[in-house]
Design a protein around this ligand. Sequence first.
Ligand code: SF4
Length: 327
Amino acid sequence: MSPLLEVRDLQVHFRLPGDGWPARPRTLRAVDGIGFALEAGRTLGVVGESGCGKSTLARAILGLIPATAGTVHLRGEPVTGMERKRLRPLRRRMQIVFQDPLASLDPRMTLGEIIAEPLLALRPELNRKERGRRVRRIMDRVGLASGWINRYPHEFSGGQCQRIGIARALVVEPDLLVCDEPVSALDVSIQAQIVNLLMELQREMDLAMLFIAHDLAVVRQISHEVMVVYLGRMAELGPRDALYRAPRHPYSRALLDSVPFPDPRIERARRATPLQGEPPSPLDPPSGCAFHPRCPLARPICRAQRPPPARLGEGRVACHFPLGETS
Ligand code: SF4
């Protein structure tokens, strides 16, 4: 049977007007060849610096922006290249939770209307009574009191707004939930509650989750597998524990080394080589391996040839000289 979500060599390029004269249009390679598979009940964490293409990847998977090349299939059905009308039945099966919970909710609608809206659009066959029943059921499940149903978004805290966002996404009972930095705007204690809620809901609903975040600790908590993205390309993908214990790509290693250890004695003793410099522009990516200008292990071949993702242990790594288990 095909995996729940299968992404193959996905590319999303944007044509931008050029500057100077004569102006030549430029190409922004936001996503530049990413592939993976995800099964029901599993979470793939996606990490990388700001601007590396994580959110564009999520939107292309959901069919919200067109792919330039490559394919996305949901349980064997194509998402890429579909007309809007034909995407509609698939939309119910793929939902998204956004980063800024308050900004993603319509301030003129009540809590009940906000959660019922996707049902109206994607499950028009349901009558009013059944819609109301489903809205109340998911409210209860995500921890929203039934007495709040006629309140407006501004009356809720950030954590409560994110619970509304989750209820709105899950009320249509999707197979895939894409979480795009869902806890970045929340306090640490609220972050933990939301992450625990998502993990519980995943178990109950057998959801596949794509969890995008820049906080490596949060990704470690929630993910089964982790994909590290650099400049729109997959640097490394592997089981969470193996990747955090012994990353094989120098960029993954540098990302993990950039997270300070809470214990100052361990922090002083460890031989960390945190990330140096800024990521290059996706408008003008470096030749060969895009990470080579920042990589302490770069050699001439790295500047000349782009390393394809190759199987290594239980994961895949795009590097000419991957790190060993004990590096
Ligand atoms: Fe570093 Fe070369 Fe590997 Fe790129 S291919 S990460 S430059 S060692």
